[in-house]
Write a protein that binds this ligand. Structure first.
Ligand SMILES: [Zn+2]
Length: 415
């Protein structure tokens, strides 16, 4: 059985749980149990016992009922959420000198509850070492800023796992002085003492599995777990009021959900070729590939490294057939998800058309209102003195303004 038909992954096969899934109740099958209307007459200790058995989605709903239930259920809700790992978008912290950058703004009300955080550090050498022009002191300063930024955004964080870096090699590189391993060592050494810091590398065999490392005394790296499950949750974005900026950020959120959903479906389709194969050979899901493997590990290596497993490489994986042995209930669940994917696409298109029409009809008014909202809601970064300098503005206008040099048109065209 495929474990999670709601699986969401990014374009490199890393699994994510959208926050929306945690607070949305799964469709329950009709139950033979009868409803009970005297819950509130039960003694408080029984209430507590019942609430302790509830999942986050149920607790979230109970938080929106009476003030009595809100008090008890919100305590348990946040306790459950604190045990999860949250993924911090790599644009948010990868340029610590510029402050909090990127296109998303997290809800501060939410981030102050986060205890366990995944920070994806991509292109470390470029971002940290090359910027310091080889000066150790300058690198240390930037890395200290990184930690200040993490603590500012996530004041309650206790554990951080760093991901997105090149896996350690057995043979150290000759120029390792500025190599990633030494940079990672410096990042971990500068981590504030009350935060435990780990490093995880993707195993590429399952969306949630990584190899977990820690820095031991004597600056040596040790494996903590060969196969560690990192179940990442996407941090909810800040809500902005209606208006062009609010619409744009809402579209951005839906787009990200669309991609995670679509790549998740891709992953699940290729997975039917591992789960339901005949027992003899594992077939590659790509229709133009005839490779077959006796070992599942070889099959996984092949589909990952040959790009025959499709996320991000432009193939229409979502249209690939399921393996012929795929059971009917799994087919039905996957078909339903494809249907939901189309609904997300339609809602993205709706907002995009609305914004593009506004931009084309009254370009000056549109620009003014977008920029005013950016100033009003303080979404400019430290190195962006005016709205026109910001990534948000650049990205926004490249989507709606036909005359913009980065104009790409409707963001889901071609998918
Ligand atoms: Zn293949």
């Amino acid at each position: 059985m495929i474990p999670d038909l709601d699986l969401c992954v990014d374009n490199e096969g890393r699994g994510y749980t959208p926050f929306y899934y945690l607070i949305t109740a799964k469709q329950l099958r009709p139950s033979s149990l009868e409803s009970f209307h005297r819950f509130i007459d039960l003694p408080p200790e029984i209430h507590l016992q019942i609430l302790q058995c509830c999942d986050t989605a149920t607790l979230f709903r109970l938080m929106h009922t009476s003030s009595y239930l809100r008090r008890e259920s919100s305590k348990l809700f946040w306790e459950q959420l604190e045990k999860l790992w949250y993924h911090c978008d790599h644009y948010t912290v990868n340029d610590p000198e510029a402050g909090c950058t990127g296109l998303v703004r997290y809800s501060r009300h939410f981030t102050r509850h986060i205890r366990q955080l995944e920070v994806t550090l991509s292109r470390m050498r470029w971002r940290f070492a090359d910027k310091s022009k080889g000066s150790r002191g300058a690198t240390v300063q930037i890395l200290q800023m990184l930690w200040r930024l993490v603590q500012d955004l996530f004041p309650s964080v206790q554990k951080v796992v760093l991901t997105g870096c090149q896996p350690f090699r057995k043979e150290r590189l000759a120029d390792s002085e500025h190599g990633e391993q030494d940079l990672l060592t410096a990042v971990v050494e500068l981590c504030p003492p009350h935060i435990s810091c780990f490093v995880a590398f993707d195993l590429h065999i399952h969306p949630h599995l990584c190899r977990l490392w820690r820095l031991a005394p004597g600056r040596s790296w040790r494996i903590v777990e060969e196969s560690w499950a990192l179940n990442r949750v996407v941090i909810p974005y800040s809500k902005f009021p209606d208006g062009s900026l609010g619409d744009f950020l809402s579209m951005k959120r839906k787009l990200s959900f669309y991609h995670l959903t679509r790549w998740g479906i891709d992953w699940l389709i290729s997975e039917t070729y591992a789960q339901y194969q005949d027992g003899a050979k594992f077939e590659c899901p790509a229709p133009d590939c005839t490779e077959k493997f006796t070992e599942e590990a070889q099959w996984r290596q092949h589909i990952f490294w040959s790009s025959h497993w499709c996320p991000g490489n432009g193939r229409q994986a979502v249209a690939l057939p399921y393996h012929s042995n795929t059971p009917d209930d799994v087919r039905a669940a996957l078909n339903e998800r494809k249907q939901r994917l189309e609904e997300i696409r339609a809602s993205v298109q709706l907002i995009w058309h609305k914004l593009k029409d506004q931009c084309e009809e009254h370009p000056a008014d549109f620009e003014k209102s977008f920029c005013n909202q950016m100033m009003e809601h303080k979404v400019l970064d430290a190195d962006e003195p005016t709205p026109g300098d910001s990534q948000l503005y650049l990205f926004g206008f490249s989507l709606f303004d036909r005359t913009h040099y980065l104009y790409t048109g409707m963001p889901l065209e071609g998918y």
